[in-house]
Design a protein around this ligand. Sequence first.
Ligand SMILES: Cc1cc2nc3c(=O)[nH]c(=O)nc-3n(C[C@H](O)[C@H](O)[C@H](O)COP(=O)(O)OP(=O)(O)OC[C@H]3O[C@@H](n4cnc5c(N)ncnc54)[C@H](O)[C@@H]3O)c2cc1C
Length: 481
Amino acid sequence: MRSDPPAASPDLPAALAALRSVLGPGDVLDPADPAAGFVRDERGLLPARPAAVLRPRDTAQVAAAVAVCARYAVPVVPFAGGTGLVGGAVPLGDREQVVLSVRALDRIRSVDPADFALTAEAGCIVADVQQAAADAGLLFPLRLASEGSCRIGGTVATNAGGSNVLRYGMTRELVLGLEAVLPDGRIWHGLRALRKDNTGYDLKQLLIGSEGTLGVVTAATLRLFPAPRHRAVALLALPRLSVLTPLLACARDLLEDRLSALELFTRTGVELLLAHVPGTRDPFGARYPAYVLVEATATRDGTGLAAQLEEFLTEATERGLVTDAVPALDHPQAQALWALRESLPEAEKRAGGAVKHDVGVRLSAVADFVTAAEERLTQRHPALRANVFGHAGDGNVHVNVLANGLASAGIDRAEVSALVHQVVAEFGGSISAEHGIGVFKADALLAAKSPLELALLRTVKDALDPQGIMNPGKMLLRRQS
Ligand SMILES: Cc1cc2nc3c(=O)[nH]c(=O)nc-3n(C[C@H](O)[C@H](O)[C@H](O)COP(=O)(O)OP(=O)(O)OC[C@H]3O[C@@H](n4cnc5c(N)ncnc54)[C@H](O)[C@@H]3O)c2cc1C
């Protein structure tokens, strides 16, 4: 893998002494300290060997710590929940970079129902933010399987998606304002709850999805919505993958804007669940090539919602788009259906892991793309098998090539990724729909973007972080001639 040129060797001992004086000695942790043990790569593919783990307690301390790092040219790797899947939150290289954890910034500063807004610090766990919104009778709609561990700083930095994007949008659409520490230690106070603000470039959007390469997010003002009081969930068995596009159109037509999620998984995923997640039952008596989980929600009319779902299932069945369906009759049944979908990453991990791909294509191209990618994989070697699942209602699928097949085929991860990304390019798609670039996709980004796009990205990076101390070697590499 190509990487940025190594940063100038920093005067680490002096920098660490200065960091101890601004944070206190107890909050500059030695990586060997058990209290620093949370710093690790979620996928276990990268070593995590920072020079130190910084634990600032508030925004002023984040600013002071980053200012010290800027003075001594010590690279800083922001760290929140550590659930990122592209290796972005751990340092590259050995003992030259510090990890700055925002976990201690964990206050919900305000919940403002009249503004439909909430301000949370970067270390707040997403599930806690959801709960704070629910306590006020409102909804914070970001919903992902890692929501019990991932934190606001990380979800903002990665522009996280999840299974409610279809209705509420990605994190970009959920952030009204930001507070962040810039790479020189200045604090940008942008916590505004305005819905409309056309005063120049939208600076918060630069930081959202920047993966720690432009600064440290310390707090965010987030959009809230009326809380749904009724939910209708059903699992559908598809006769074949190619019905996906008309099925999505049918769902949008008949469930209108109450449709909040449309998630896809395949038989391979069900086999993984049955083998590796105790208590899983095959959802239908027969085996089907593909399954779709549909959810619709309503804030007022529960009876109408159930009837609407029923009408959709009838219509989809009559048109041959669905072979079988299990509507959830109550909340526990709905949870059990969702558990199938949300346990897929864990089942995959227990099966030995996978080369993960997080692909975005046009809504109408999902089935064709998946078919083409699977064909290309098996042409390369019949042992290559993909666990395909994801947010099909947003054109976002994970084509995760199981590692055990890879080993028996004797093919390396890079070749498999190049193969999948080639198909993505043929479909005019994106190599990262929601997980970001980090380390694992940094080479692929160089190939996927035009020279002009890369030059513009690099211009932004150099303007905000001229020393290149924020999360070096992540996302944006220099193209080597
Ligand atoms: C089981 C599972 C399911 C998942 N499902 C989804 C899904 O459906 N959709 C989705 O989008 N993602 C998903 N993810 C990926 C991951 O949970 C998200 O990317 C999440 O947003 C990462 O948040 P985090 O707090 O764990 O960030 P981290 O892993 O700590 O960091 C991620 C990146 O953000 C940077 N960063 C962290 N904090 C800050 C900060 N305060 N300021 C600036 N930069 C910062 C880091 O340097 C790193 O580059 C899933 C992960 C798992 C393990």
